[in-house]
Design a binder for this molecule. Structure first.
Ligand code: IMP
Ligand code: MG
Length: 190
């Protein structure tokens, strides 16, 4: 460990942006906000892979706030191993239940260009969801290309490529308990 404070980041070349403690507190806030919207027959749709850590924390925070729900997973392709989206989104693995008439909460790690989450929300609306809300841990408004905003945002962040808390760079770093920026990339705006 070398001078990285209480983030547990060690010497792995990731500069912490949001600590595990900050994330935990923010997830509790979001759960309270979502609970206050009194969702009916809630279906949480976690977007794989990046949304799985946030999703796992959020559903438990929702439970502590009295919200019962079902969970589904969807896998959507956007980036491949590159850091810029191609603009094309497709369903790699679909959810397994109908959404007609239900309140749906789509949970993902990052809202960047917005192409992925706009696609996901349009898809659920076209299938007849009563309400399709979006929860994103990180919002990067500078990258937006699609007309979409999240209903619930963990943190708004500059146009860095962030990793940790489910988010990867070329399949690495998802396991970090905090969100950070790769040291090499931090000094190079995209
Ligand atoms: P969008 O379609 O451009 O909004 O990007 C959505 C997906 O790209 C997210 O669900 C992430 O999986 C990935 N992504 C976008 N920005 C980042 C980032 O900074 N770090 C890691 N993954 C990212
Ligand atoms: Mg993703």
């Amino acid at each position: 460990m070398s001078g990285s404070g209480d983030t547990g980041s060690g010497d792995i070349g990731v500069r912490p942006l949001f600590s595990a403690e900050e994330i935990c507190a923010r997830v509790q806030d979001l759960a309270r906000e979502i609970a206050a919207s009194e969702p009916q027959a809630l279906l949480a749709i976690i977007v794989l892979k990046g949304g799985f850590v946030f999703g796992a924390d959020l559903i438990r925070a929702l439970a502590l706030n009295g919200v019962s729900l079902e969970i589904e997973f969807i896998s959507l392709s956007s980036y491949g191993s590159r850091q810029r989206t191609s603009g094309e989104v497709r369903v790699v693995r679909d959810i397994e239940v109908p959404v007609a008439g239900r309140d749906v909460l789509i949970v993902d790690d990052v809202l960047d260009s917005g192409l992925t989450l706009k696609f996901a929300r349009d898809l659920m609306q076209s299938r007849g969801a009563r309400r399709a809300a979006i929860a994103a841990m990180i919002d990067k408004p500078a990258g937006r290309r699609a007309d979409v905003e999240a209903d619930y945002v963990g943190f708004t962040c500059p146009d860095y490529f962030v990793v940790g808390y489910g988010m990867d760079a070329a399949h690495a770093y998802r396991e970090l308990p905090f969100v950070g920026v790769l040291e090499a990339a931090a000094s190079e705006p995209r």
